[in-house]
Write a protein that binds this ligand. Sequence first.
Ligand SMILES: [Fe+2]
Length: 296
Amino acid sequence: MTAEAVTLHGWAAGEAGRPASPDWTIPQDWASYTPEEHATWAKLYRRQAALLPGRACAAFLEGLRRLPIEPDRIPDFERLSEVLMRHTGWQVVAVPGLVPEEVFFDHLAHRRFPAGRFIRRADQLDYLQEPDVFHDVFGHVPMLMHPVMADFIQAYGHGGLRAQRLGALDMLARVYWYTVEFGLVREGGALRILGAGIVSSAAESVFCLESPSPNRVGFCLERVMRTRYRIDDFQQTYFVFERLEDLLRLAEIDFAPLYERVAALPALAPDALLPDDDVVTRGDGRWHRGRAAPAA
Ligand SMILES: [Fe+2]
């Protein structure tokens, strides 16, 4: 397991947290959340609800509106799953936190989104070592109401199982990272947030769109497969889709020949720009300058 795969993807768990169930699911046991845990959700929700109109893509805002995701309480996965199932055939299942990669991919391939049951500590709203219920549910689940993301993430699950066999997980992980977690999309001429890692973070929701620091580059699959990323800080480069539907084209591509080609090329630093990049904005790098840079 490389450091790069130990991420917010919801995989790479150790044996220590292994539950009895072979697919690592646990009961959400919604009734046992404490008032303090619901209050932490409410704080996070309110902060993002104020920031996201005009920043998050329309599909996210629409999904959030249509799901039983409420401001003042941690969502009940059963109620979420009922609505999701009717729209796109997805369910949300509870897991203790990170799960092994093959378990994660298998859930996605079967339209089950594994979501952390726990919520971060109230005094650590911006600190996240493992994906919690706010990141997983607030960040990811609204996009699963959109048929394009619903199909893409299922295809990603199948692709993950295949990439494991081909020894290409690092390259595939970069695709997930720069799309599902940290992607941007153009809407009506403006940039909007697509990725769950961004919409669940107050600071990055602003940084990714408004800071002069990061690069913003048109999405190019092979380019992204080569690009290392930050797991410890804001991204140094965000990749931009011209439209959400372009994600589905990715799901139709046979990645195997690309893995071979990309594996023969050097990996790129998270802030690299190439001469043939479709540069939307060239970052001045001010945020990361002088900060330690342990890129994955
Ligand atoms: Fe995530």
